[in-house]
Design a protein around this ligand. Structure first.
Ligand SMILES: Cc1cc2nc3c(=O)[nH]c(=O)nc-3n(C[C@H](O)[C@H](O)[C@H](O)COP(=O)(O)OP(=O)(O)OC[C@H]3O[C@@H](n4cnc5c(N)ncnc54)[C@H](O)[C@@H]3O)c2cc1C
Length: 412
């Protein structure tokens, strides 16, 4: 459906994908009305620093925002904050918002993101128990992050481990509880898990794997976490990082196809040609992997914001990059390219003990992903090699006398 004559575009959600969609629509020449409805009080901002520099107090709040307020005014974008969209009426082509407001649309982009999975145990509502998703979460946690305080982090995913690193550097006593038998079990290989576990332990973080949380204890405020085997760990603060759930309800209730994510095609379009979805909430074709999936990353939100805007404006589809992600812990920069699920061979280049190495993931000899620790050339070269579907010999990848440039050139 050609929507290039659209007069009203409504963007539901006020995060990374929404901000990108606004910018891309104007960049692609859209001159009609854009209304962004976001339920948070803040203008669209970047979340990654919330578990890194901003949490540590090393980044000013203004630097979190993608654009200052006057940019939205200059671009003639109506930004409605602290407001929830409650319904998409696809027959009347209206987005309903709280307090009875109605926003007519010719096209709508759903960029509602995701929300933290709730901790399903007794005591989860005690004072001192926090999620880490929004700016407002950090505003509540940070005043409590004082040296000597006991912080228990539930879940050893990237966000939990980043927060552990920050808290250790701020002098807190940190324990990480992980139900699986290794940290980062959902997202990376045993070799990477072992590296990060060793790193955190050497920094003084207590890591307990195979630890099943049974309840949280305390009189009004949390005082301890209790494991299924009865072990109690004292806690002044508990941070919960056990994954996220996509915010699909608005789409689902409007009859849009969803399956652990709002289903979209390569143009970020749902099964309704006027409705698009982008970012954490969308399940998209992963073009370099021949399957569908939901990605939780900045790169994905930006890419899909652009794809939706291009499709609405009838522009040529922007070329899809390979998925990428990063994580900062202490002085370690982990850069991830591609998706390592389904690898059948792993090749380590460099020595983990040097804190500068990369794990390459191969499937049938083809490079499908890399985890690069303090190794930008490995990351950058791999992005291109993954897209090219390059086959690489493990011995070549392991050979550190060859630069990544030489390896990439030989594979071309
Ligand atoms: C602490 C933290 C650290 C991270 N670190 C990294 C990192 O290092 N690298 C990386 O690539 N990614 C990182 N991510 C993930 C990345 O930030 C997300 O993938 C990205 O923000 C997704 O963008 P989005 O626009 O889809 O969703 P969001 O940024 O979550 O924005 C969605 C917005 O929509 C609003 N909303 C939801 N429902 C409604 C409604 N009905 N009406 C109105 N508004 C609504 C929400 O309140 C929210 O403001 C991190 C995330 C967190 C939380």
């Amino acid at each position: 459906m050609d929507l290039s004559d659209a007069k009203n575009i409504v963007i539901v959600g006020g995060g990374q994908a929404a901000a990108q969609a606004c910018a891309s629509l104007r960049l692609f020449g859209y001159e009609g009305s854009i209304t962004l409805v976001g339920e948070e009080a803040a203008l669209p901002y970047q979340r990654p620093p919330l578990s890194k520099a901003y949490m540590k107090g090393e980044m000013a709040e203004e630097r979190l925002y993608f654009k200052p307020e006057n940019w939205y005014q200059d671009q003639n974008i109506d930004v409605i904050l602290s407001m929830r969209a409650t319904k998409i009426d696809r027959v009347k082509r209206i987005v309903e918002i709280e307090h009875g407001g109605e926003l007519p649309y010719d096209a709508v982009i759903i960029a509602t993101g995701s929300r933290p999975r709730a901790l399903p145990v007794k005591g989860a509502d005690l004072d001192g128990v926090f999620d880490l998703r929004d700016l407002s979460d950090v505003e509540r946690i940070r005043p409590r992050m004082m040296a000597g305080q006991k912080l228990v982090i539930v879940g050893a995913g990237y966000i939990g481990l980043e927060a552990a690193a920050v808290a250790r550097q701020m002098g807190l006593e940190v324990t990480v509880l992980e139900m699986a038998d290794r940290v980062l079990a959902r997202v990376t290989s045993p070799v990477m898990s072992a590296f990060f576990e060793t790193e955190h332990r050497s920094q003084g973080v207590e890591i307990m794997t195979g630890a099943r949380l049974a309840s949280l204890k305390g009189e009004g405020a949390v005082a301890a976490t209790v494991l299924a085997d009865g072990t109690e760990i004292a806690a002044d603060i508990v941070l919960v990082g056990i994954g996220i759930l996509p915010n699909v309800e608005l789409a689902e209730e409007a009859g849009i196809a969803c399956s652990n994510g709002i289903l979209v095609d390569q143009d970020a379009r749902t099964n309704d040609p006027r409705v698009f979805a982008a970012g954490d909430c969308a399940k998209r074709p992963l073009v370099h992997y021949g399957r569908q999936g939901r990605l939780e990353s900045v790169h994905n939100a930006i890419e899909q914001g652009k794809l939706a805007a291009a499709a609405i404006m009838g522009k040529k589809r922007p070329v899809e990059d390979c998925p990428w992600f990063w994580s900062d812990q202490y002085d370690l920069k982990l850069q991830i390219a591609g998706l390592s699920t389904d690898y059948d061979e792993i090749v380590v280049r460099g020595d983990p003990e040097s804190r500068k190495f990369a794990a390459f993931y191969l499937r049938n000899g083809k490079l499908i992903a890399v985890d690069a620790v303090n190794s930008p050339p490995e990351f950058l070269a791999s992005k291109k090699l993954i897209i090219a579907g390059a086959s690489l010999a493990p011995a070549t990848l392991r050979d550190t006398s060859l630069s990544m440039k030489e390896i990439a050139a030989a594979a071309a």
